[in-house]
Design a protein. Structure first.
Length: 95
């Protein structure tokens, strides 16, 4: 949301949808697509993030869960992709 002046009064305008958040499924699909384009496997991501098992990565890619903010940041650094280009908001249309 943001505030805008209107004839010397302030009006509150919502910029985001009412139930905004991260779309786990679309974000997972996007991360999977970027990893494939870069030639990174699930095993490689697991090793780069020092994860004990690779099931977490599969859960992220399928949209069953989301990585922590730290891991989202680390993945964006590994893939050389800004976080905003990797994370898809709920209710936001991306073509």
């Amino acid at each position: 949301m943001m505030w805008r002046p209107t004839n010397w009064t302030w009006t509150l305008t919502y910029v985001y949808p009412k139930h905004a958040g991260i779309d786990a499924v679309k974000t997972g699909q996007k991360m999977k697509k970027i990893c494939a384009a870069r030639g990174l496997t699930v095993k490689m991501i697991q090793e780069q993030l020092y994860l004990g098992t690779f099931q977490s990565v599969y859960a992220w890619f399928s949209g069953k869960s989301l990585p922590s903010l730290d891991n989202i940041y680390r993945i964006s650094q590994i893939l050389l992709v800004p976080i905003d280009d990797m994370v898809i908001g709920a209710g936001v249309r991306h073509d």
